[in-house]
Design a protein around this ligand. Structure first.
Ligand code: FAD
Ligand code: DLZ
Ligand code: SF4
Length: 516
């Protein structure tokens, strides 16, 4: 009895649960390139190229391993344009006894799958995605036992569960769970930085690049110099390259920003991880092994592993716990439209212009650029969180709603009212100046507090605290900021607020049509 196994574009893992325990001679693997997935937001061109190229490579590998693959191409004349449309058509083509699929990464697709059994009149089996270290139900049980969803405690549980960086006595390696205090060094100057490994496009990728350049010409972002890993073998090479060249300094300079340096010591492994070309456990294990060999210091291995088995697993659990309501959350009542320069990069704020250039050229910005520059500015300016979320979902090669939405709504915009992060990630120019070399050559003066030449982050920061005083004044972690505000001369407070208003008035809203 034939089984139809649907494999989605971010499920490109050979030991995917749905591919296990099946007689290959009696199964058809269905992979679908569909218009809906390429345009539910107008993804960065590079992301579309990556996903479709990786899907085509994976299909080829499945065939080489003896699977029968029914691959629906985007340019097929009878392509229905949606997963559901293609499932119905495939059910008619193959007349399977049942359909199997691993639970999808996104709520939109989860909702669509609920209708498949009825539409196809056959059973649909949805299997847990065991590539994640923490299951969805496991996270829900963990969360139910707590008032606050503190990432640090979740992370410790994941360390215990995986045994990563744990000693024989069941204690954290080195005696501490978290070495973040060692990981806040400003950028190292006068040095060369490692670069991610570049994989020249093969014939499959070149064909996809040509198609994307034509069909998605209006989408944001550049395709030039495409060199992302598109197979599991390449992704493993990229992982080894990162461990060798960048991981040793990953921890120390994790929060640094340098003009013209797009990756610093970051891994740029999120695209491969989120597609399933790498699993979180193998990536974290590679860092732990490097530490065990003495190749990298503990603060690097711990800091990196925390991002993978801590933050990445935590935001995925949070997504499924809080959806669908969290997508509309707007606890700070932010109503401003997204400024146009997020799409054009045309701003005199050098930190913003640099992060947006990196985003346009590579579909990348590292965590501190996303959080403390792009996200911080939007929150301080009071931009509507759903517009911010649409932007982040559209412009990054690694963006999938399960990981993007918690990071935007919860971590960077505080729009969930503090469910994910107890304190808003807000900062003025001084923070960016400490962690980057941008301010030295910016048209604005980071040391000036108010006026047309002052760094806009300075006034916007105090204006944000003043606007949300009732919400944040009693927050234990913000007592010091409000004490500083209280000590300020009232004329200084007024000057901050009018300087912020003057800057906000200069912001041009983005024209419709960039994201949707
Ligand atoms: P590295 O710095 O090398 O970190 C290693 C890995 O840890 C990453 O590849 C990633 O898998 C994981 N990781 C690190 N931080 C996080 C985090 N906060 N949440 C989840 N995983 C994390 N990450 C995405 O994968 N997709 C997104 O759409 C996305 N949107 C974001 C939006 C905002 C506003 C913010 C603040 C963060 C977002 N992140 C997102 C998290 C993080 O910024 C990226 O994972 C990281 O920049 C990817 O680059 P890298 O592989 O070089 O990361
Ligand atoms: C991101 C993306 C794009 C651009 N295109 C496709 C596609 O044509 N076919 C496909 O299976 N997946 C695609 N993806 C990834 C999906 O959006 C992702 O698998 C689901 O959202 C998971 O819920
Ligand atoms: Fe950014 Fe302000 Fe520094 Fe300019 S001065 S780079 S706007 S923080």
């Amino acid at each position: 009895m034939t089984i139809l196994i649907a494999v989605l574009g971010d499920q490109l893992t050979h030991d995917l649960a749905s591919l296990g325990g099946v007689d290959r001679s009696d199964a058809v693997v269905l992979m679908m390139e569909v218009g809906d997935e390429t345009t539910y937001v107008r993804h960065h061109k590079r992301k579309i190229a990556l996903v479709l190229s990786a899907m085509r490579h994976f299909a080829q590998e499945l065939r080489d391993r003896g699977w029968m693959v029914d691959y629906v191409r985007l340019d097929a004349p009878d392509n229905s344009g949606s997963f559901t449309g293609e499932i119905v058509r495939a059910a008619k083509r193959h007349r399977p006894a049942s359909i199997r699929i691993v639970e999808p990464g996104e709520w939109r697709v989860h909702t669509a799958i609920q209708r498949w059994a009825e539409l196809c009149a056959i059973p649909v089996e949805v299997l847990p995605d065991d590539r994640f270290i923490c299951g969805i139900l496991e996270f829900q049980t963990w969360a139910q036992a707590r008032n606050e969803l503190t990432m640090e405690y979740f992370y410790r549980d994941m360390r215990r569960k995986t045994g990563l960086l744990m000693n024989a006595a069941g204690k954290p390696e080195g005696g501490q769970w978290n070495l973040d205090k060692d990981n806040r060094a400003p950028p190292r100057r006068g040095t060369t930085y490692p670069q991610p490994q570049h994989f020249p496009p093969d014939e499959i990728t070149r064909e996809v690049l040509d198609m994307v350049a034509g069909r998605f010409a209006e989408h944001f972002g550049r395709l030039e110099n495409f060199g992302l890993p598109v197979t599991a073998a390449q992704a493993r090479e990229a992982l080894a390259h990162f461990v060798r060249t960048a991981l040793p300094d990953f921890g120390t300079y994790q929060d640094a920003m340098v003009t013209g340096q797009d990756w610093l010591y970051h891994s740029w492994l999120s695209p491969a991880l989120n597609l399933g070309l790498l699993t979180p456990l193998e990536v974290a294990q590679a860092a732990a092994d490097a530490y065990a060999r003495g190749d990298v210091p503990l603060n690097a291995a711990e800091g990196f592993i925390r991002q993978i088995i801590g933050w990445r697993e935590y935001v995925r659990g949070y997504y499924w716990l809080e959806m669908p309501a969290v997508a509309q959350a707007n606890a700070l009542d932010a109503a401003r439209p997204l400024p146009e320069f997020y799409w054009t990069g045309e701003t005199e704020m050098l930190c913003m212009a640099e992060a947006i250039r990196n985003t346009r050229d590579n579909g990348y910005a590292h965590h501190i650029q996303r959080l403390m520059v792009l996200g911080n500015f939007a929150m301080l300016a009071g931009v509507r969180p759903q517009e911010v979320a649409d932007w982040f979902l559209a412009v990054y090669v690694d963006a999938y709603e399960w990981v993007e939405l918690p990071n935007v709504i919860g971590m960077s915009q505080h729009a969930d009212g503090g469910r994910l992060a107890t304190k808003p990630y807000a900062g003025g120019g001084a923070y960016i100046n400490r962690m980057s070399d941008h301010c030295a050559t910016c048209r604005y003066d980071v040391k000036q507090k108010v006026g047309p030449d002052a760094c806009p982050f300075n006034a916007l920061y105090w204006d944000f605290l003043a606007r949300h005083e009732r919400r944040f004044r009693r927050n234990r972690r913000m007592v010091q900021m409000y004490a500083n505000w209280d000590r300020m001369d009232p004329a200084q407070r007024d000057a901050y607020r009018s300087s912020a208003s003057a800057h906000l008035e200069t912001l041009q809203p983005a024209a419709a049509g960039w994201a949707h």
